[in-house]
Write a protein that binds this ligand. Sequence first.
Ligand SMILES: [Zn+2]
Ligand SMILES: [Zn+2]
Length: 382
Amino acid sequence: MPNLCEFCGDPATKRCSGCSKVWYCSEEDQKYHWVEHIFDCKPKSEITTAHYLALAVRRNLLPEDPQTCEDYGFDRAFTAENRSKLLGLYIGLIKYMDIPAKKIHKWRINGTLIQEIKAAFEKLPPASRGGYYPWFLQNQYVLDSSLQPPSDLAQATLAPGRRYVGLPVSLTQEQVAEIVKNWPKNKQRCYSLCMPLLSHWHPAPFMEEWLCFGFCTCTSEESEMGLGALYRQLLDRCTFEEFCVAFEASSIIALFDHHGFKPQRENFHNLEDVLSGSPHMNKSVWNLKQFVMNKDMQLIPSVNVDYGFMNCRTPDEFAELKGLYKQLFDLEYKTSFDPVELHYAAIKGKILQYASGVLKFKKGQKKLYTRLMRNPYPLAEY
Ligand SMILES: [Zn+2]
Ligand SMILES: [Zn+2]
């Protein structure tokens, strides 16, 4: 079979020299795809938050990486509307003016991000600057922490969540943190879910709430947003106390159904699998997904044992195994891979067989994977 271009799918003759794993039909396609491929390749220079920003721009989705949100002002934009306007500003810079991530990173490090953004837009004739630049001129506090955001804005964003969980809107963030700290753990988790949801945000993949409220079962950011919207509808119908009680009892699914959301929640494949165990039990396969999807995630002991990371002798082997699981989860939107099936394969001690049925192993890989994908299962019955 000929090699196919990673970007357009045409027959390809040029191989990525960084990782030697993917092919391209042309330098043009390679350059265009680099914005995404840099995260899977072995880049020579450091991946910065500007690269995450460029990826968000490419996908036309708000960045989820927390450091990126902090570095590029999304944290200080407060409302969904302002966050998408800020993204629009960066789309102008990166997509239309073709300014590379490296350069934007440098601007930020040098402390000249705001001036450089202005300089770039001012070079364009006023009629071509679009609507986001004028918005930015009015809202520079997003990137300039010496400027105060409009106080009603910060307040207005927090108010719906505060009212819902029963905390006075007038308290400062510090006072709220002090109160919440003394709540039971699972109530804190519900709080950490509801606050962002009620300001039209949803938990990001590195967060514990992403796992325990089932966002980990989503196969795209769009579907995560959809699940967030479904939770918002549910919160509209039940009190915070009811929600907390249901979570503690692993019965959020029943709560959805009770309020008439059964058809909607059934659209989220595997949601019931996670919510019927959470917060007391969940399959380590979801931790595995979180681990492979986040760069700086710590490996938890059950994933280490269940998925064979303990068998790796070198960092390269570790990276190889992690990369293989990443490939599997990248197929999750297709029916060829279901994390729950991987879980059942793992407890039978048959990960290798399962993975090789879904992915085509290259010659020579199988021997290594045979050693790595071993675990202590199935346990002897007693
Ligand atoms: Zn191509
Ligand atoms: Zn590469």
